[in-house]
Design a protein. Structure first.
Length: 141
C-alpha cells in the first residue's frame, strides 16, 4: 500500500512539472519581451490596441511599443497580418519620421522580430551605434 501511495505521489509530481513546462511556451502575441544583448524591450498585445505609451498618455492606446537602447521609441500602430505563428505589424518612430513593417514569429521562449524591406533599427552596443540583428530574438519576461 505504501508503494502505491509513493508511486501515485511521484506520478502527480511529474505531471505537474510537465504542465509547468507547457505553460512557459509562448502561444500568443501578448506580453513584455526583452533582448538582453541589446537591452531592447517590447510590450505588445496584438489582439487589442490597449497598451498606453509611456510619456504620451494623451494619445490613444496602441498595439504596443519597442524601447530601450535604440534610436527612439517605436509604436506598433497597425496589425497588417496575423496567423498562429507569424504576424506583420506597422511600426512608426515616436517622432513620426520613420515607419517600417516588422515581421514577428513566435518561438518557444518569446518572439523573433525581423524588419521587412531591407531597413534596420539602430541601437547602442558597447558604446557604439550599430545596426540591430535581423532577426532579433526577444524572450518573454
Amino acid at each position: 500500500m505504501k508503494k502505491l501511495v509513493l508511486f501515485l505521489s511521484m506520478a502527480a509530481c511529474s505531471l505537474m512539472s510537465v504542465a509547468e513546462t507547457d505553460s512557459k511556451e509562448v502561444k500568443e502575441y501578448k506580453g513584455t519581451f526583452y533582448n538582453k544583448e541589446y537591452h531592447v524591450r517590447m510590450k505588445m498585445n496584438l489582439e487589442k490596441a490597449d497598451i498606453p505609451v509611456p510619456g504620451m498618455e494623451d494619445l490613444d492606446s496602441c498595439y504596443g511599443y519597442v524601447e530601450g537602447r535604440i534610436n527612439g521609441m517605436w509604436l506598433l500602430l497597425k496589425v497588417m497580418e496575423k496567423t498562429d505563428k507569424k504576424a506583420v505589424v506597422r511600426a512608426v518612430s515616436e517622432r513620426g519620421a520613420d515607419a517600417q513593417n516588422m515581421e514577428m514569429e513566435l518561438t518557444e521562449t518569446g518572439v523573433s522580430v525581423k524588419l521587412i524591406n531591407g531597413t534596420y533599427m539602430k541601437g547602442v552596443a558597447k558604446n557604439k551605434y550599430v545596426k540591430l540583428p535581423k532577426p532579433m530574438e526577444m524572450e518573454k519576461e
